[in-house]
Design a protein around this ligand. Structure first.
Ligand code: BTN
Length: 264
């Protein structure tokens, strides 16, 4: 029996009601369908394994049954602040939750959570409007128990099982993450990115680092730059190293140049 079947979240509303599946194509797909059918604010879907897990920018999210977390929550915030920085707020909440188990956890703009410099978790937000109100699905994957990664991921990814001497049980990790996420989501929905910025910025290894960013226009060309900071809406400000004007990066890929990131 899955350890997530009788999860008891220590939250007021996040993670309730909860549906758990041994296998799904994608917890985000199931949550989107459940949201359309009327699932309430806070409802959560989890799975032991995904057959078509999705990441950002149309990428696949490898999702074997190896003791990792594949989770999506449905959020129905009130009309209010811009939601563009939601993935940053969720990343900050995941970092705070994981920091209970290890201090080596950091953020890479926009939505990666790093452990000892390697990716341990990612966030995928999807939304639609129902009249004037947003209906959001926030999916997150956390590498908890996995000890083997595909060769193309192995140098960049890690898990709690690989990085910690005694990794915590998966259900305890999920309970801790929900407890950390609930207050940060409340703050974000009430005050936007400004209300959670101080919990994101100090932990973000991208800020101040040399990076390369994809040049707009879809050619795939990368431009070396310095990450200067964040705009009030969470967009990244970068200064090209060739001296061109600083510009905003709202989404897309930003690579850290090796050896030039801040340590936590
Ligand atoms: C990324 O870093 O690119 C985001 C990865 C998000 C993966 C999670 S796993 C649970 C949920 N279901 C999906 O299909 N994707 C998200």
């Amino acid at each position: 029996m899955s350890d997530l079947l009788d999860l008891r979240p220590r939250t007021r509303w996040l993670g309730r009601p909860h549906e758990h599946f041994a296998e799904l194509a994608s917890t985000n797909d199931r949550a989107l369908a459940w949201a359309r059918a009327g699932a309430p604010h806070g409802a959560m879907v989890s799975a032991d394994r995904q057959t078509a897990g999705r990441g950002r920018l149309g990428r696949a999210w490898a999702s074997p049954a190896a003791g990792d977390l594949y989770v999506s929550v449905i959020l129905r915030p009130p009309q209010g602040p811009a939601l563009g920085a939601l993935a940053l707020a969720v990343g900050a909440g995941l970092r705070e939750g994981l920091a209970r188990w290890t201090p080596q956890v950091a953020l890479k703009w926009p939505n990666d959570v790093l452990l000892a410099g390697r990716k341990v978790a990612g966030v995928l937000c999807e939304a639609r409007w129902v009249g004037d109100l947003p209906e959001l699905v926030v999916g997150f994957g956390v590498n908890v128990g996995r000890t083997l990664f595909d060769p193309e991921l192995a140098a960049r990814a890690t898990s709690l099982a690989l990085a910690l001497p005694s990794p915590p049980p998966r259900a305890a990790v999920l309970s801790g993450l929900l407890a950390a996420l609930e207050p940060i989501l409340c703050d974000f929905f009430a005050g936007g990115f400004a209300a959670v910025r101080a919990r994101y910025e100090p932990h973000c290894v991208t800020l101040g680092a040399r990076v390369s960013v994809e040049v707009p226009g879809g050619t795939g060309e990368r431009e070396p730059a310095r990450a200067l900071g964040l705009d009030p809406d969470g967009a990244l400000l970068v200064a090209p190293l060739d001296g061109g004007p600083a510009r905003r990066v709202e989404s897309g890929d930003v690579w850290l140049e090796a050896g030039d990131q801040r340590e936590e």
